[in-house]
Structures are given as C-alpha cells and as structure tokens.
Design a protein around this ligand. Sequence first.
Ligand SMILES: *Cc1c(COP(=O)(O)O)cnc(C)c1O
Length: 355
Amino acid sequence: MSKYWSDFVATLDPYTPGEQPAVQNLTKLNTNENPYPPSPRVLAAMQQSINGNVRLYPPPNADKLKQTIADYHQLSVAQVFVGNGSDEVLAHVFNAFFRQSQPILFPDISYSFYPVYCGLYAIDYKTLPLAEDFSLNLDDYARANGGIIFPNPNAPTGRLVGLNAIEKLLQVNSQSVVVVDEAYIDFADTGSSAVALLQRYDNLLVVQTMSKSRSLAGLRIGYAMGSAELIEGLERIKNSFNSYPLGHVQLAAGVAAIEDEDYYQEMRQRVIASRETLTQSLQSLGFDVLPSAANFVFARHNSHGAEALAQALRDKKVIVRHFKKPRIEGFLRITVGSDTENALLIDTLTAIFEG
Ligand SMILES: *Cc1c(COP(=O)(O)O)cnc(C)c1O
C-alpha cells in the first residue's frame, strides 16, 4: 500500500507467474516452456531483422505476420489480430468484449489470469465447476451471460473438449462472444482447433500463442482469430493502448516460425511422444494422471501430498508447479521436458519415495 496509489490500484490482485529462477542447473518443469529451441530459421530471421531499421518504428499493423498467420489457417487478413503474447491479446479481449451487464462465465479450474483481468476491467464473473473427473461440460454454459471463455486444452488440467461440444455451445449462445484460449492446442490431435468453426460463427474468437508449441515464450507473440468485426473491436482497443506491441525482431521471428512447418511438426510430435512416456512412468510411481492434450500433465500421488512433493523436488533442483487452491491442491502440474529431463524427474521422485 502506498499513499500515492489510486483507490483502484489498491483493489488489484495481480497474477503470480511461475518463477524464472536465476539459479543454474535447475530442471525447469514449472511454466510449460518448450524443451527444444525454436527453428534455426527463426534465429536467422531474427538476426537479419536487426539492421538499420531498428531506428524506425515497426509496422503498426504487423501486416506480414498477420498475412502469414491468415494463410496458414486459411483465413483473411482481416480475421487476424496479433499482440505481445497471448496474455496481452486476452487482456484486450476482456476489455473489448466482456464489459457487459451480465457476468461472464469460465470454469472454476482454469487459467488464473482470467479473474485478474476481471479485476483490472471491473468485469463481473461467475465460475462454473468442472465435473468430478475435471472434464468441462459446455452444456452448463447455456445460460444468460456477458461472454464465455475457457482454455482448450484446459489449464492446468490438460483435458480437451471436442469440437462438437464447442459448436453446440455456439449454437445456443449467439448473443455473446465465446473465446477459446488455445495456448496448448498444438499438442492435441490435429483437427482439434476451433479455428475450423470460424467461418460459421461470428461470435467465436480463438486465441493462440507461439510461446509453447513454437518455443518462443521469450519473444512474446500471441494472436487471435475471429470474424472481421471482432478483430476490429480488438484493433480499436490496441490502437487506444499501444500502436506497436510487436517490434521488428518479434515480427520476423513470428513469420519464420510459421513458415518452418516441418520443424514445428517434428518438435510437436516429440513433445507428444514424451508426454505419453512421462504419463506411464508417473503412473507406475503411484500417480493418478489426468488425460492430457497439452505439453504438461496434471498428476496426483496416491499417498504423498503435492505441496511437500514440490518442495522435495525443489530441494533436488527440479521445479514443478503447485497451486494452493481448492479441488486441485493435491495435484502437481508438470511440464513435459526433454526425455532426459523427464527421466531425471522420475529418478528424483523415485529417490524421494525411497526416502
Ligand atoms: C501460457 C498461457 C497463455 C499465455 O501465453 P503467452 O502467449 O506466453 O502470453 C495464455 N493462456 C493460457 C491458458 C496459457 O497457459
């Protein structure tokens, strides 16, 4: 608290990101980063982008990056919005579409940034509980609302909801915006993305990021896809906030990351394969692991408490994420690392259990 703060600032309850420790030699499985580097073509494009142009502002409409994303997803350029990480895109989404008289709806267990944006923009919200098995039943959302948002696959559970259920929701809910936060969709089966529904539903917005599947968390590139009218709403907010959210280097990297399709597919398949191996290893150590379509698993041990386990792992230089929240305090969220990192996690857990 400070006497210089406005009353409003004092009411905020900011998001706490997973830590980025300065300590060396940690096995870092806490923030769902990709264990593999970005495409070599991305690094080359970044280097090339550092030239005489840094003196100049970047293109405010990020035309080339938008066109590249539009072509990749078979959309028009007017259906694409880009921002400084999908967190920024989401902030603009809440500001543009969710300041309504009815409360917005999202699951009780989902991305913990959503209530933070509600605080920032004075948005009323109501959470709806996930089922006992942590699956998301979209039938529950067929009720009056000022907007709907959910991650798919969900975070931090990793569970995926199918396109049929999303389409059914869009059919009964044509009056407000439905946002699908697809930060992890590239680790699900091909064809799981709600982008396929965009041509039929003007109120659908799909948000994706290059942070996870394209190994660019450090560059901050996120984007949204939707009808031209939704995108125009986002542009109005963005151009009232910061005209240049992405610099030259980010723009060049984003284009190259989409263009190197072979590299992306290979890394994506590697992570998916490692997720299955990691799941089996955790199960054989006595963990109950939720079915994951993401690059992390959500796991609960049958006898050890999660908070103590997270601490014991940390003491041995392996970091995972634990959320001290109702319903999920027994779980650890573990990022799928490289096979070497995953093996080290399993060996460390084995050593802890053997005491
Ligand atoms: C990681 C994540 C984001 C944010 O991604 P950035 O593009 O790095 O800002 C958004 N939503 C969910 C559910 C995430 O897990």
